[in-house]
Design a protein around this ligand. Sequence first.
Ligand code: AMP
Ligand code: ZN
Length: 476
Amino acid sequence: MTDEIYLYNTETRKKEKFIPQVEGVVQFYSCGQTVYEDVHVGNAKTYVVWDVLVKTLRYFGYHVNHVQNFTDVGHLTDDADEGEDKIQKKAKALKMDPMELVDIKIREYHHNMDKIEVGRPNIAPRATGHINEMIDLVRLLIEKKHAYELDGSVYYDISSFEDYGKMARLDLDNLEAGARIEVNTGKKNPGDFALWIKAPKEHIMKYTSPWSIGYPGWHLECSVMSNKYLGDTLDIHAGGIDHIPVHHTNEIAQSEGATDKKFANYWVHSAFITVNGKKMSKSKNNFVTLEELIKEVGRGAARFTLTQAHYRTQADFSLEQARNFRKRYYRIIKSYHLALQYLHTLEGEIKDEDRNYSEKILMNFNKAMADDLNTPQAIIQINTIAKRLDQYRKKGDNFQLIKALEVLRTMMTVLGIPLIELKDDEIDNVNNMISLRIKLKANGDFDASDKIRDHLSSLNYILQDISAEETQWYKE
Ligand code: AMP
Ligand code: ZN
C-alpha cells in the first residue's frame, strides 16, 4: 500500500510523516502492565490503542516487531523512588509469593486481552528475567559518569545529561525548587532517580549486585529490554501520557546516556480514560475492570467501546455509555447478519462487477487511520458501510453487497472489532424454526411459538418481527 502514515510525535508536538529506519520494518516498544491488579478499562484502552497501531501498520504493509514488557519488580507505590514495591505489597496482603501473584496476573492479562482481540506482542519480556542486563547498564552508566553510588544504592545524575526532560519539556529550575524535602540528602540533585535500590532486610524481591543486595529502579527495565530485543534506536516508543514526565524522561536519560544515540524517533502517548472527569486509577478506586466491562456488554462491544475516542482525546467512561455502544455495535452486526442470510439464499448466482462506492469508503477509512489513527472517523465509515449493506440487500444489488461485506470485514479487522459469523447450516436451522414459529402463530398456537422464540433467544438469536409473515434475526 502506498499511503503515508502520520503520527503525532510527543517529542516535537507535531504530526509527522512516519519514516522507519529500515524501509518497511517497524521496531516498536510499548510500556506494559505492572502485574499485581486486574486490568482496568483505562489500562485496556491504552493497550487497545497500541494494538490498533500495530494492526494499522501491518495493514499498510509494514513488518512490525512489537515488544511490550510486564513489570514484575521495582515499580514502587510512589514515583519518587519511595514506598513499597507494588507487587510485594499486594502479594503480602494475599499471603502469596510475589512471583505467584505475577504469574496469575499475566495469565489473566492474556486471557482478557485475547477476548478483546488485542494481538499478543512478538515478545512480552519480564523485568525479573533481565536483572543481569540491568546491572550491566547501571555499571556502564557509572563508568560514563552518568550515575553514582550512594550507600549501596545507585542514582542517575540528571545534571550529567544535557537533554534531561527535553521530550517532556520539563522546567527543571521549577522542578528542583518545588521538589519535596529530600530524605536522602546525599543525592547530587534532588531530581536524581534511583537505578538500583539497596533493599531493607525484610524486602522479599531482591537480587545480588556489585553495590548491594537490592532491586532495580522501575525505569531501568524498559531501557534494557527495548535495547536487547529492538536495538539502540526504536522507531516508535509508546505509553500512557502519565509516563511522559517521569518514566519516559528517565528511560531517555538512561538509554541515550548509555548509547549516545537517539532512543526513539517517534513518541506516541495515549490520553486518559476518566470517570466523572477524574483519571480512572487503581489508587482512586474509581475503576471498572476490563473483565467487568466484558461481562456487562460482551467482548465485541467492549472492544467497540474502547475504540471510540481518538487515542489522544481524554474520554469519560461509564457502563451506561458502554451499553449504548453495545447497541450501536449490534446495529452493525445485524446489518452484517441480514446480508449473510440474504446471500445464503443466492448461492451460485453472484458475479463480479462495479464496486466503486465501497472502494471510496475504504479509501476514507485508510485515510482516517493513516492520519494519526483517527478511529472516530474510521468508525463513521464502518457505520456508513453497514447502512449500505441494508440498502444493497433490499435492492438486491448483489455485486455491491459482496464488495461492501468485504470492505466491512477489512475495516473491522484493522480496528480489531470482532464480527460474529454465521454458519450456513446455522442460517438454515434458524430460518426453519422461524418459519415454523410464523405458522404456529398464524394458527393461534402462541404457547408453542413463544417456546421457539425463548429457545432461540437462549442461543443468543435476537428475533424482530417485521410483520405477521416476516421476522428478522441476528445473533449476539
Ligand atoms: P500501570 O499498571 O498503572 O503502570 O498502567 C499500565 C498502563 O495503563 C500505562 O501505560 C498507563 O499509562 C495506562 N493507564 C493507566 N491508567 C489509565 C487511564 N485512566 N487511562 C488510560 N490509560 C491508563
Ligand atoms: Zn516503560
